[in-house]
Ligand binder design. Sequence first.
Ligand SMILES: [Zn+2]
Ligand SMILES: [Zn+2]
Length: 574
Amino acid sequence: MSDESYKYREIEPKWREYWISNRLHEARDEDPRPKYYCLDMFPYPSGSGLHVGHWRSYVLPDCWSRYKWLQGYKVLHPMGWDAFGSPAENDAIQKGIHPAVGTKRNVENFKRQLHEIGAMYDWSREINTTDPEYYKWTQWIFVKMFKVGLAYKTFMPVNWCPSCKTGIANEDVVNGRCERCGTEVTKKELNQWMLRITRYADRLLNGLEKLDWPEKVKTMQTNWIGRSEGAEVNFTAIAANGAEHPLNIFTTRPDTLFGATYMVMAPEHPLVSELTSNQQAAEVEAYIEKVKGERDVDRAAKAEKTGVFTGASALNPVNNEKIPIWIADYVLMAYGTGAIMAVPAHDERDYEFAKKFGLEIREVISSKEGIEKEAYIGEGTMVNSGRFTGMPSGQGRKAIVIWLEEKGVGRATVNYKLRDWVFSRQRYWGEPIPVVHCSINCGLVPVPEEDLPVRLPEVERYQPTGTGESPLAAVQEWVKTRCPNCGGPAERETDTMPQWAGSSWYFLRYASPHAAAALTTAEGKKWLPVDLYVGGVEHAILHLLYARFFTMFLHDAGVVDFDEPFQSLFNQGM
Ligand SMILES: [Zn+2]
Ligand SMILES: [Zn+2]
């Protein structure tokens, strides 16, 4: 477009200045009109600046906000920065510049670009997750969680990026590689902070029903939570030397218990060495060694079934039948109990395994299809199942669980795929976890709320130490402190939070971004919750799950009076 047809160099700045000087896009608490809160997923301010993909995401809510504005709403349409994270830190490592410096420069660039594009944002409510006045509240939420047992520390084999030298969450592992740098991820045992998101599993699942979200996103969340009803069944493992050990399994199909013809344990199951016979020991050890370096994701996805017989057997409580115990990499220690009953006639993986190793395949659910060619996994009439023979499988499922409970050899249970959230990072550029280790009396003590924020100290080196400790561990004058409880010598926690932390509640802060005494004020609460949330489908699982978890927790803590943050959701790229 030439200057003759549209004098954008004159027209656009003129009206932008008019909007700004008249504060047209600022949301005012005292405005009497009904509110509308339209939110974009805030960006990470990268060094390359705003690209067309950003604006593709932002243009729709920008138009929608103007539309709601014209309809007579007072519209809250804010913007901010999800500014902790590895790129700024990697930059700092390479160039020795404080990550805050690069972040500030990038934010200015993003703002300039958004300004020139004519976007309608209320810049008076801008937030930045790396601002101590902001992360004070991220830390405050953590302290609240710690006090009710939702934050805890434990030794965990975690994914470890040998290049970033930090533990990373399952979610940040993409095809077995570090999401940030692409290096192949290994395992390392570290003392990690965890968030007990599993306590909210049922609410995270049930809450989806009332949301106006794309069905596809709801399905993705549902599958991630992975709730399955079933039974825990108490088998008895009999070692090669005759010693007996209780061995529990979880199954979603207790109606197929009579079809269990062998058991499989994860190779790293702690009982394996005690159960294994002398004859099988060499083969079992070699197999365990082979599997050791493999990752769960790859193991679960393997086409070729492998495994080794242990020489031990297990007693099936429904018919007192002795069945052989195998170990195989398709059973993962992290899911269920780390052991399964194998019902090859009615489970695809067990069927393949049984075919390969010549194990018995016994039909216990009759079907037209039969089990000659493949496992039959549907419903049918129970056969070869003792007193339950002749029952429809759905009914038999309940009847067997009742029988197990009466005999004291099992019970109805619910299982989830969702795991607790690894919340520790051994990095510099993140919110310090606000906890102190009292050396003498008190153990782990949260920093008192009035002493927040715990600010990031200046460091000489941004490199991770590589020993599993963050660069903060090297700043002794910061680490050494006093116990807030007993006044004795104490050390600060040196792990920082993951980048997910600040983005799990930022939508609440826009409502009262400058409040010093509370996360959100009474006036601010009137803007909440978000009416329309717009962002990329790549955030359909984790960001939304974490944001919902934080909101539910803050609801329970009395901070907000709703437990779902985003009433409506629109995803680009669906
Ligand atoms: Zn990495
Ligand atoms: Zn103490």
